[in-house]
Design a protein. Sequence first.
Lengths: 273, 76
Amino acid sequence: MLGDAFRRAAIPLFEAGAVDVLEYSFELGWARARPAWAEALLQHYGAAGRLWGHGVTYSTLSAGAPQRQSQWQRQVSQDCEALQLRGVSEHYGFMGVDGVDVGAPLPPPPTPEVVDVGVRALEALAQCSGVPVGLENLAMAFCRLDVEAQPEIVTRLLEAVDGYLVLDLHNLWCQAVNFRFAPLELLCRYPLSRARVLHVSGGSWSSHGGTRLRRDTHDDRVPDEVWSLLPEALSRCANLEVVILEQLGPTLASASAAEGYQADFHRLREVCA
Amino acid sequence: MSVLEHYQRRLSTLLLEGRTPAEIREALSRDPALDSLQSYVRTLQDGPLEVAAALARKWGSEHAAGVVRDERGTDR
């Protein structure tokens, strides 16, 4: 979201005054300096109380990643001071352990230890950030048991820290279609009263030995199935504050992709109005 | 080291090594430290393990080459 493709695609939305809230993937600003246009936007939305932070690499459910998590907490603490974030959220899952990094969050085996580990990680994040902490449901699942266990574990984690749910509808649909769950029934297993942030995005399919898997690749427009699920989620999430449209910046380089992103954004505003 | 940490370390290492799903399940099922997770390990499906292995190898090669990603996602 800090690149030129994203900037070109999003500028018309900002110029039209159509963007109420920003969600910032703050890890992007850790590896390299933020461009001036992005810094100005973040400061503006932060000062207005309309900026939320969101991460991918904290590895919330890692049992052996104290170094990674300590470093992450220090950087988040600095961002919270500099940017006036309303809340900080991460993903369900683990991304390896210290010294072994797999680059993407993966589902943990559903054991009691997962809850203990996750509560400690979220408590530490709440302490260092000084703002409410949230957790997003993960798309990746290795088996049906992962899909069945995630809502209950998310519920227990968020209750322990009085945190908020970042409900990602595309991720939920990925699990439903990949493991043959009814999307609406799966949605209702989550602690929807804790949902303050809703994510809407697109993704892609991959094939594996004759089996198709829906993936959370953030590289395409929002599919019809997620649009269909959106009103159902909106009507059930009484405490929702923010709806975010997600798409990776580099996938918005063509004019048609940028137009599609803008069309999805306007449609999302209409549905949420 | 706890069972959970041991599982996470073993699975992550196997994914980074580019093992096939069958090899991953076999390696995990033969690990005596993971006895309590055997019913779970048996259910791990091929497709998601292949995706996870591809993501891990991509990340590993980028990291070794010093690539700084412009975007971070959960499945990229």
